[in-house]
Design a protein around this ligand. Sequence first.
Ligand SMILES: [Zn+2]
Length: 291
Amino acid sequence: MGSLLSGLGELGLKGLESADLYKSDTEEKKKEEAKAEAPQAAAFDERECLFGKSHTCPVCYKEFKALTARQSKIRPAGMDNDLRPRFKNFDPMKYDVILCPHCGYAALGRFFHTITPPQAKLVKEGISKNFHPIPDKEYFTYDEAFLRYQLALGNAVVKRGKAGEKAYLCLKMAWILRGKREDIESGKTEVNPNAFETIVEDLKQDETELLSNALDGFLNARQNESFPICGMDESTLDYIIAVTAMRLEKYDLVNQMLNVLLVRSRLTPMMKDYCIDMKEELRKIRKEQEG
Ligand SMILES: [Zn+2]
């Protein structure tokens, strides 16, 4: 993706596509635009797991229904090291963004109704004025879900949301792309075999870019915001920082976080085990670097 928000142009929000997430960031290198559209196969009927939940928009005050996953249909199937939950059958995270189809205000469920009046004004000016509605869907492909996350991130930038909120969105967007890639790798989603490797490689690169943005924002939030941050206590946030830094090969940061985490008692056994694994991994890497 050219930037995290590329794609918003089709919603009338071209100006947002190049918005700077944390403002202080100077890099953000240009990546290839090669974005392959993958057709999605729906073997299992996801529509039966969803319903239209009623909301009143806190920006335009109109009512709408948002596709929402039925709790009773969600089948947890473990967790990745960075606490991304996995699911059988379908990925309910695709439905975590609430989007008002009238004015383009979008946010994760946990933030949707907490917008302040000055922020609502910013959204009206920065989003609603130019917003082109997205057609209704019976269920979302990963691409359709990703576009809604991009819009939520665009809203967070426009309303001057906290770094923690933006970082959390980037993390979840990385998870959405990981879910999309896993479906392609497992054959659940069919793609042109000739394009398979390019698509998978591009998705990995985009995921890395999002994780890198999430890491910057979480480090910023850790310094400047009070806990809980997006529902996470200090240990959970530090753990996610450590795991994400590990994926991005920022070993000094991993080491620094592990030193804090391993003396704390509030980690879950899974988190503690993985911290010990990372410590060991780090030792090996350091040895190789020295040798
Ligand atoms: Zn609205």
